[in-house]
Design a protein around this ligand. Structure first.
Ligand code: SF4
Ligand code: SF4
Length: 266
């Protein structure tokens, strides 16, 4: 039987998710025995623009070139998997979406009257094309990518975590940093999968895996953190750091901006 063809591509991002695939050091040779990798942007200068069974795409759509490349990859893949927060919700580079115009952002970085490349407000892939699966994380976890490869090679649908980091905290019997220590932990609204890495080290979750899909109750997190004494501006910035394009956080930001007359600052 022919091996499935895999392509691994990157748009605007740091390359961290592709690096996590390379970090599967002990499994890479086994993987190569079972799949044919025809493109791997971070690992090889050889890029074959051919049809693939599965395309893994990292990074947000932040330029017109990104969009062109994404549409091309979508056209020639049977299944497209978004890897990492940039490819899902735009991640860190989206945190100023809706707060400043693209022109204001570019002028702040490059200066007024300068020529610059054609940019778009950063968004995830699903704004533009159909995405078959999304793997959360900034970056993705090697444990999850391993499970995804195993499931797909067995013809199964990979399991996606739809419960919060708090569940992993409880399973590990960690003390709650939010309730017991009043730290600004985002664990209640962030997708599990990291085995509550930060609370396990006594550090509050900053939300790097992104909010739980379709269920994030950002308003309740705001309410809890306000009760703990944090101010609205601080909480909003914290929520937007990895989750600016998520619906619940967008709604909350809009509500807070209306309340404060739009003065959210830079
Ligand atoms: S420490 Fe954070 S992740 Fe853990 S249970 Fe408390 S709120 Fe949830
Ligand atoms: S910031 Fe939160 S989601 Fe990210 S690794 Fe730490 S505990 Fe997990």
């Amino acid at each position: 039987m022919a091996k499935p063809k895999i392509g691994i591509y990157g748009l605007t991002g740091c390359g961290g998710d592709q690096l996590m695939i390379l970090n599967l050091e002990n499994e890479l040779l086994d993987l190569l025995r079972n799949v044919e990798i025809v493109a791997f942007q971070e690992a090889s200068s050889v890029q074959q623009d051919e049809e693939v069974d599965i395309a893994f795409v990292e990074g947000s759509v932040s330029t017109e070139l990104d969009l062109e490349r994404l549409k091309d990859v979508r056209k020639r893949s049977r299944m497209l998997i978004a890897i990492g927060d940039c490819a899902i919700g735009g991640c860190v580079q989206a945190m100023r979406n809706q707060e400043m115009t693209m022109k204001e952002k570019m002028e702040e970085v490059y200066g007024k009257g300068e020529e610059y490349f054609k940019v778009l407000e950063p968004y995830g892939l699903s704004k533009y094309v159909n995405v078959d699966l999304e793997l959360q994380g900034c970056p993705i976890e090697t444990t999850e990518i391993r499970q995804v490869f195993l499931s797909l090679l067995h013809g199964d649908t990979p399991e996606i975590k739809d419960y919060p980091v708090c569940v992993e905290c409880k399973l590990n019997e960690y003390q709650c940093l939010l309730v017991d220590k009043g730290m600004p932990c985002l664990g209640p609204i962030i997708a599990a999968g990291c085995n509550a890495r930060c609370p396990g080290l006594g550090i509050d979750c900053v939300g790097c895996r992104g909010p739980i899909m379709n269920e994030t109750n950002a308003a309740e997190e705001l309410h809890t953190l306000l009760e703990k004494g944090y101010d609205e501006r601080y909480i909003e910035n914290r929520l937007r750091f990895f989750g600016a394009n998520f619906e619940g956080i967008l709604k909350l930001s809009k509500m807070l901006r209306e309340k404060t007359g739009g003065a959210r600052g830079k």
